[in-house]
Design a protein around this ligand. Structure first.
Ligand code: RUQ
Ligand code: CUA
Ligand code: CA
Length: 650
């Protein structure tokens, strides 16, 4: 651990005592579980001669922090889209500033926007027969945008919900969720990745499928008949149609699927797997020495389904194919290929040239590099063993979790236990694996301390062909002493690292609300958000203030309203106690950034309408009295006066 000591000697004054925090919780936890972390196997001292200089650069005045400042009135160069973890949302922030710009509610409720309150959002989230939300919890881990020609096309972002196994799509023009689909017979939906082109039709060079992993194996079907017979437990890999958002097919596999990556030619999709031993207790999940990175042959699976070689599970109509190891031993017919990797791996990421998959070791101090062409060769019968597709397995440090790439042949891997980012060279790692001893010293070229314990790390445009090698963001799971203390719940620390030079430079800390897992960094010219909604996209739109009215149909009352600063279409409206009231509200203002709110005291109603948007709410008027429906979003000098009286007669 001399690396850390050296680094501390040069630490900048405003980074106090990281030693006292480092590794205590994380390593004690794992050591307590009786795990060998392969400490001896990791030759960190030799590999990182320059870590001290990199960390100490700030104190030497080596970092020109002003270079990264985004001055008042200036705009950021990049958008970062981030998952919100168990907040259930997606977030947008700007880089390099780290300014949080927006939160997009997806699987959670949001009373500012009215997500989970308006009829429109409830229809997307899904309701019970009584109109209540089917789910109001979510756990988003990974956000990935749609692709055209190997880069982001600015259409959609897809995001997973681990808790309730749902996949959501967010439109990037309005930055709102427009569809949510639940995956059948799946528990613990973790990894997600859209395809980048069609494997069969060269004309389709954009995303048409979204692949979804399944982390927790369960009885199939999970209806109570096989509770405690793990031999009946399986995971299903799912393919969702990116346009209709319907589940196209599923593939039954051995092992737990963790992260997902897709090839640039559309032919393969892979997932790192732990628990290939299919244990149902913690210790059993660590039993075997090797797990795998599974590759699915998309064209073969779809051909098998077209040929009727599929089955269904329980009530689900989705066709399922058998991708288990035993059924796919023959490369000539195999749908899947299980490439062995050191046990309990984590993230898998594709290099921007499309040649390699980097599968991080987690419990092993290595990253396994698997060649795309060699996996295809195995499917073609030209490779003896799946393991032969491995072209490098460098030791990079302790607890490797996720990797990002630049455009110069380097990979940046987060080291959870070492609390570092390691920069390593792919070519050197491949040469060393082939036996070139001289290449060994050239693998790891830099390390930098992060604060503290990184999970995901990602580079600017790094998951596209247009990786630009400018920034790496380390999403650290702990912030400890880095920010003003705010009680027992700490923010997390998203750290910006300049990777454009030989040395990584830590240039900015941003506190982030728990708990971002993965994010992506997109050049700002790719994202083209609209400022004003298209009124014609809303069938219920109330197009003129004079169309404001109340219509009664038995006990059902519909109130048509408009908002136009600073008035609401009706100054008052009357309903009777017990009526089912639907309020439809259109914002007729066409001015950019002129949003109105609509809140009804004691009725639990609060939502907004942005320019030319229509939203509606339905509730039972069960409390007689006068209720001032007021504009809750500051819009005008007379915003406070922007009200309407709801009169509920007894
Ligand atoms: S996982 S910290 Cu949910 Cu993306 Cu790796
Ligand atoms: Cu309208 Cu405030
Ligand atoms: Ca944390």
């Amino acid at each position: 651990m001399t690396t850390h000591k050296d680094a501390d000697a040069n630490v900048v004054p405003e980074q106090p005592g990281r030693r006292k925090f480092l590794n205590t919780a994380a390593i004690t936890g794992l050591a307590g579980a009786g795990l060998s972390m392969g400490l001896a196997g990791c030759n960190k001292e030799d590999a990182a001669p320059d870590a001290a200089t990199a960390t100490g650069a700030g104190s030497e005045g080596g970092i020109d922090y002003a270079k990264y400042a985004v001055h008042p009135g200036q705009l950021d160069e990049y958008y970062a889209f981030s998952s919100g973890g168990h907040s259930g949302e997606v977030r947008i922030y700007g880089l390099p500033s780290g300014r949080e710009l927006r939160r997009i509610p997806v699987f959670n409720m949001d009373c500012m926007l009215g997500w989970g309150i308006t009829n429109e959002s409830k229809a997307i989230i899904g309701t019970n027969p009584d109109g209540s939300l089917k789910y109001n919890t979510g756990d988003t881990h990974h956000v990935h945008p749609s692709y055209t020609d190997g880069t982001y096309d600015g259409r959609y972002i897809f995001v997973n919900d681990k808790i309730n196994t749902r996949v959501a799509r967010v439109r990037l023009d309005t930055m709102e969720c427009d569809k949510i689909t639940q995956l059948p017979n799946v528990q613990g939906f973790h990894g997600i990745f859209p395809d980048k082109r069609d494997p069969l039709d060269p004309a389709i060079n954009h995303t048409t499928r979204v692949f979804c992993g399944n982390e927790f194996h369960i009885p199939q079907p999970n209806d109570g008949r096989d509770l405690d017979d793990p031999s009946k437990y399986f995971c299903l890999f799912s393919c969702v149609d990116a346009e209709t958002m319907q589940v196209r097919w599923q593939c039954k596999v051995d092992g737990n699927l963790d992260l997902i990556a897709t090839s640039y030619d559309g032919k393969l999709v892979c997932s790192n797997q732990y628990n290939t031993e299919r244990g149902v207790h913690y210790v059993d999940m660590m039993a075997v020495e090797r797990d795998s990175c599974i590759f699915l042959n998309v064209a073969r699976i779809e051909a098998a389904i077209a040929a009727g070689k599929s089955f269904t599970i329980g009530d689900s109509k989705v066709p399922v194919v058998d991708g288990t190891k035993a059924a796919n031993a023959d490369p000539a017919t195999a749908l899947t290929c299980y490439v062995p990797v050191p046990k309990n791996p984590h993230g898998v990421n594709v290099s921007p040239d499309g040649k390699y998959y980097a599968c991080a070791g987690k419990l092993s101090p290595t990253v396994t590099l698997i060649a795309h062409e060699l996996v295809l060769k195995w499917f073609d019968g030209g490779l003896a063993e799946p393991r032969d597709a491995v072209v490098a397995e460098p030791e990079v440090g302790l607890g490797p979790l996720h990797s990002g790439f630049d455009n110069r042949g380097y990979c940046y891997t987060t080291l959870f236990l070492d609390s570092q980012i390691v920069k390593w060279n792919l070519d050197a790692a491949i040469k060393a694996y082939q036996g070139d001893k001289a290449a060994l010293d050239k693998i790891v070229v830099d390390r930098i301390d992060v604060h503290y314990q990184p999970g995901h790390g990602f580079t600017s445009m790094g998951e596209t062909r247009e990786a630009d090698g400018r920034y790496f963001v380390s999403d650290n799971k702990f912030s400890k002493d880095r920010f003003l203390p705010v009680g027992p719940v700490h923010p997390e620390n998203s750290q910006l690292i300049d990777i454009s030079g030989d040395k990584m430079l830590l240039v900015h800390d941003s506190p982030v609300h728990s708990e971002p897992h993965d994010s992506i960094i997109i050049r700002r010219d790719i994202i083209k958000p609209r400022q004003i909604y298209n009124i014609d996209e809303f069938p219920l739109a109330v197009k003129s203030p004079t169309d404001s009215r109340v219509e009664r149909n038995g006990r059902k009352v519909t109130v048509y309203l408009t908002s136009q600063a600073p008035t609401i279409g009706l100054a008052e409206f009357s309903v009777k106690r017990g009526d089912e009231v639907t309020i439809i509200l259109t914002n007729l203002d066409k001015v950019e950034d002129l949003t109105h709110g609509f809140a009804i005291p004691n009725y639990n109603i609060n939502f907004i309408v942005s320019p030319q948007q229509t939203q509606s709410v339905t509730f039972i008027a069960d409390k007689p009295g006068v209720y001032w429906c007021y504009c809750s979003h500051f819009c005008h000098a007379l915003h406070l006066e922007m009200r309407s009286r709801m009169l509920v007669s007894a």
